[in-house]
Design a protein around this ligand. Structure first.
Ligand SMILES: [Zn+2]
Length: 462
């Protein structure tokens, strides 16, 4: 809408200049000028409002201010205005009993995950078509919980099903959040993104995501970009969920990560780094990555570095906590579970350090069980010391800014997509109300409606 308007304006004004230069007849010029001005005013007139949503309470996530009895006026798939009334004859969705907020953003998902297992060998028995179908299933659940945008934080299959899912959502073939996607999980051999559990004589072929040198990483990054990555995902340290790597240990070298950042940024892409141990966090930040994922063992020096570099933090607090409850019940490897238990002690102090250094926090879940977990990071962030408004900002304006999508999503301001959720009660006083999203709209299309629950079925496998 905006680009069409501005190109209309520039066409009109250039035709005025042309006519001034070419014709000297004053009355004719005046007539043409009037005609051009009429064309300008026509091209800036707003498109017709197609529907409205009446919000009992509308939270401005920038300020925390609440407007009551507000009409969100929608033209097509975008917000046109927030007003005290709706134009006559326009259909109105009545959410006067609810609090309305912008659509939510989960900035750390793994779309293809099978929610029924944590067995590290399960991917050996899961075909890529099966994993892709899990993706379709998971995307619908994200949307049902109010997450209208999502960043995928890397996937295993070498042929990038996440890009196919991204395009399928964009074209309306399947329902799901608007997807921004990383490519492969870029890792050293034997690192967090290369945890083949097989013995050496049965080892899987080396994956195209494996990079042991600076030259290797250039190749991997260019392959990801070639096939459609929006983000590059680097494994800066070992991790928890695989039974092999050591999360204290830095994996990719600082030189490798700096090379990846240089290549990605030159191509207009961003870089996220999985980083748990303090040494790897600092190396990734110095290398210039845009976001640190987890940051579980962040220390004082690392927090200062992140503050200096303005690096985003996606702390993914809840998934670690949830894993303690799940234990070994989903086939998790005991060695992996032991790592999870050990790292829990670091999480709270690291997050407090991040808040003390005013590091910008973004909402990310990183839990394969989307239905169970996707809304529970709100509570974890607030228990960890963030304000309820801060937690809402993490999932809206902060996430949108990190993704570079803040002209499209993250607020309900004019020009943004009509992506919104509604909850009962006041999430600014009880953030856990965000676990019970009652209404979801994406791009002006209702996908969950308490007045018509049967119209929006969601499949759930337990
Ligand atoms: Zn992850």
């Amino acid at each position: 809408m905006n680009s069409a308007q501005s190109s209309g304006l520039s066409r009109a004004s250039s035709s005025v200049t042309f006519k001034f230069n070419m014709m000297r007849s004053a009355p004719l010029v005046a007539a043409l000028l009037l005609a051009s001005l009429a064309a300008i005013s026509q091209s800036t007139s707003q498109p017709a409002v197609t529907q409205a949503v009446l919000a009992g309470r509308l939270i401005d996530v920038r300020t925390g201010q609440v407007r009551t009895h507000a009409y969100i006026l929608i033209a097509g798939d975008r917000v046109q205005a927030i007003a005290d009334s709706a134009p006559a004859g326009v259909p109105v969705t009545d959410l006067s009993a609810y609090t309305v907020l912008p659509g939510l953003i989960d900035a750390h998902g793994h779309i293809l995950s099978d929610p029924t297992t944590q067995n590290f060998a399960s991917h050996l028995r899961t075909s890529i078509p099966q994993a892709t179908v899990w993706g379709v299933y998971n995307l619908r659940l994200w949307l049902d919980h109010g997450f209208t945008s999502l960043r995928d934080a890397c996937e295993g299959p070498a042929d990038y099903p996440q890009f196919a899912l991204r395009e399928s959502v964009r074209r309306g073939i399947i329902l799901g959040p608007r997807i921004t996607a990383a490519g492969s999980c870029v890792s050293i051999a034997g690192g967090h993104g290369d945890g083949s559990p097989l013995s050496p004589d049965l080892a899987l072929p080396r994956g195209p995501n494996v990079a042991d040198t600076v030259d290797d990483i250039a190749h991997v990054v260019r392959r990801d970009i070639k096939y459609g990555a929006d983000w590059i995902k680097l494994m800066a340290t070992g991790g928890v969920m695989d039974p092999i790597s050591d999360y204290h240990v830095q994996e990719l070298s600082e030189e490798q990560m700096a090379a990846a950042v240089e290549l990605a940024h030159r191509a207009g892409k961003k870089v996220m780094a999985h980083a748990e141990g303090a040494v790897g966090i600092k190396a990734a930040v110095r290398a210039g990555v845009d976001s640190i994922e987890h940051g579980t063992m962040l220390d004082e020096e690392g927090a200062r570095l992140m503050e200096e570099h303005n690096t985003w933090l996606v702390p993914t607090l809840y998934c670690f906590q949830h894993d303690m409850e799940t234990g070994l019940t989903k086939g998790r490897d005991p060695a992996s579970f032991a790592k999870g238990q050990e790292i829990m002690a670091a999480q709270g102090p690291a997050f407090k350090l991040a808040l003390a250094h005013h590091i910008r926090i973004v909402y990310g879940v990183d839990d394969a069980d989307v239905d169970e977990s996707v809304s529970k990071e709100f509570g974890a962030l607030v228990r960890g010391g963030l304000s309820p408004l801060g937690a809402l900002q993490a999932a809206t304006i902060n996430a949108a800014a990190m993704l570079g999508k803040d002209k499209d999503v993250g607020t309900l301001e004019p020009g943004r997509y009509a992506d919104m959720v509604a909850v009962e009660g006041d999430p600014l006083s009880d953030i856990t109300l965000m676990e019970h999203v009652a209404f979801v709209m994406q791009g002006g299309r209702i996908v969950k409606d308490p007045a018509h629950p049967g119209n929006y079925p969601v499949i759930r496998v337990k």
